[in-house]
Design a binder for this molecule. Structure first.
Ligand code: AMP
Length: 185
């Protein structure tokens, strides 16, 4: 496997830009566009993810809107896998399954196509869930629930960044394996 050294991880972390108080006061937004437009950094990340998952039996990669689409689709191309989008409510055109989850104030909803995992002849396909970042874990838990409700198994949830101090991965670990390339404590 293309293991990442401590130096590699520090390098990747330094290619990610932090925007203070975006999109609202108090949030330190992790902007991965600066990693994506650095071709050495993006290649290093994708080489690592490809080598981590190439021997695993992954039938689909489900990416969470919107940065999970970028990482998920790029990884699909590397692994010759199948991409499934998990989107904010009202964006997917066909019949969907919806999952509601709580935010700090109020709630949000994400959706998946009802037939997202039905185009292969397998009872319970294996799905890798991917997103750029886990904060409270609410979005990822809802996404893992959607995968299960759509008849597949979420075998691992993969994140580029884990905001470890929020402990968002604790609850998610009860549902699936969790892997984060970078941790911020
Ligand atoms: P959560 O449900 O709290 O784990 O939030 C995860 C989702 O919100 C992911 O799709 C992230 O892209 C986005 N997100 C949350 N916090 C941040 C942050 N500090 N920087 C960038 N994206 C974030």
């Amino acid at each position: 496997m293309r293991e990442l050294s401590k130096k590699d991880r520090e390098y990747l972390l330094n290619t990610i830009r932090t925007i203070e108080n975006f999109p609202k006061p108090g949030v330190n937004f992790k902007d991965i566009t600066t990693l994506l437009n650095n071709k050495e950094a993006f290649k290093l990340l994708m080489d690592h993810l490809e080598s981590r998952y190439k021997e695993k039996e992954i039938d689909y990669i489900a990416g969470i809107e919107s940065r999970g689409f970028i990482l998920g689709a790029a990884l699909c191309a590397r692994l010759n896998s199948r991409f499934v989008p998990i989107r904010k409510a009202g964006k997917l055109p066909y019949t969907t399954i919806t999952e509601k989850y709580s935010l700090e104030y109020g709630f949000d909803e994400i959706e998946i196509h009802i037939d997202a995992f039905k185009n292969i002849d397998k009872q319970t396909p294996n799905v890798l869930l991917i997103d750029d970042l886990i904060a409270t874990g609410g979005t990822a838990k809802a996404a893992a629930n959607l995968i299960n409700k759509a008849g597949a198994k979420c075998m691992e949830a993969c994140f580029l960044i884990n905001l470890k101090f929020l402990n968002g991965d604790e609850e998610l670990k009860k549902m699936t394996q969790v892997y984060s390339v970078l941790e911020i404590s």
